[in-house]
Design a protein around this ligand. Structure first.
Ligand code: UDP
Length: 323
């Protein structure tokens, strides 16, 4: 299959591009490099430095069978102070992509949606039919696209699968480096904890007074290789005129303190920690039901927390080089 990957120079997009190539697919990557890195695009993919909104003049000449759409702004805090960037990139950019797909007869899309569409869900683990009450412009932008996909499937026959990510971690290791997390603005727990172990600033632990077993927030962490595997499976179940929404989670979670313990075990160093106030907007627990993923995709995550931390640590120390 010839797959267009938008955002293929980013963290998850580069991992999935490498997995698609390894599975024998042809891949065309577009990325405007606003947050991605060109050297993260796996060799073997055709790369075009383009934004999603400017694909129309060229999409028709690429003979694309399916699109996996990662390109987006993805910082929750920034989305609250700069909503325009989120509505423009994530919503207008995706609508432009969908209209180009229609114009050029590309009928299948797998979309990176998010747990942020649910907001502060009352019932855990979260099922796909839980009420969607996003609390940020980021979450609302992802939900808006999910709603558009349903309408485009009904009216225009597009086939779509929205994959709702919870917490993604780890890296895809390759003999010459690998593909992992390289955000300029890093907000995520595991890379920040690894940086703290490696001589960076101490890890700020945002809130130790939550109503959880150890007082810290619980999240559903998935290894990026498992997450990528779900995308390849999703490509195989896309069907015309249907839009499936699927959570990618394990059904269980780890607390911030459990993550920090795993980082200590893997690196052999205790993580330097400063206890800090709660980070605004963090719900105590976010865990996904994985029943729909098991049923529709036959997918279940296989790699545990220590493996995520170990691969992220290897990538932190030896990554960067693509190959
Ligand atoms: N967290 C933390 N210190 C950090 C980064 C994150 O204590 O430097 C906490 C955060 O408050 C949340 C959990 O770790 O409870 C996971 O946060 P992350 O940003 O990795 O993912 P999110 O769940 O916000 O998508």
């Amino acid at each position: 299959m010839r797959v267009l990957v938008t955002g293929g120079a980013g963290y998850i997009g580069s991992v999935v591009t490498a997995q698609l190539l390894a599975a024998g697919h042809e891949v065309v990557v577009v990325d405007d490099l606003s947050t991605g890195h060109q050297d993260a695009v796996p060799p073997g993919a055709v790369f075009h430095e383009l934004s999603t909104a400017s694909l129309d003049p060229v999409l028709g000449s690429w003979a694309i069978d399916a699109v996996i759409h990662f390109a987006a702004r993805s910082l929750v805090g920034e989305s609250i102070t700069e909503p325009s960037a989120y509505w423009r990139n994530n919503v207008s950019g995706t609508l432009a992509l969908l209209d180009s797909m229609r114009a050029h007869g590309v009928g299948s899309i797998v979309f990176s949606s998010s747990a942020a569409t649910y907001g502060q869900a009352v019932e855990q683990p979260i099922r796909e039919d839980a009420p969607a009450r996003p609390t940020s412009a980021y979450g609302r932008s992802k939900l808006a696209v999910d709603m558009a996909l349903t309408d485009y499937a009904t009216a225009y026959g597009i086939g779509a699968v929205s994959l709702r990510y919870f917490n993604v971690a780890g890296a895809l290791r390759t003999p010459s480096g690998g593909y992992g997390e390289r955000h300029t603005t890093e907000t995520h727990l595991i890379p920040n904890a690894l940086r703290a172990v490696d001589g960076g600033p101490p890890l700020q632990l945002f809130g130790a007074d939550y109503p959880t077993d150890d007082g810290t927030c619980v999240r559903d962490y998935i290894h990026v290789v498992d997450l990528g595997d779900a995308h390849l499976r999703a490509l195989g179940v896309v069907e015309p005129a249907a839009h499936h929404v699927v959570n990618l989670g394990s059904g269980a979670g780890y607390s911030v303190r459990q993550v920090l313990t795993a980082v200590g075990e893997v690196t052999g160093e205790e993580v330097p920690v400063i206890e800090a106030p709660r980070r605004p907007g963090d719900p105590p627990v976010l865990v996904a039901s994985n029943a729909a993923a098991a049923q529709l995709l036959g997918w279940r995550p296989e790699r545990d927390l220590n493996r995520m931390v170990a691969d992220a640590w290897e990538f932190h120390r030896f990554g960067r080089a693509a190959g």
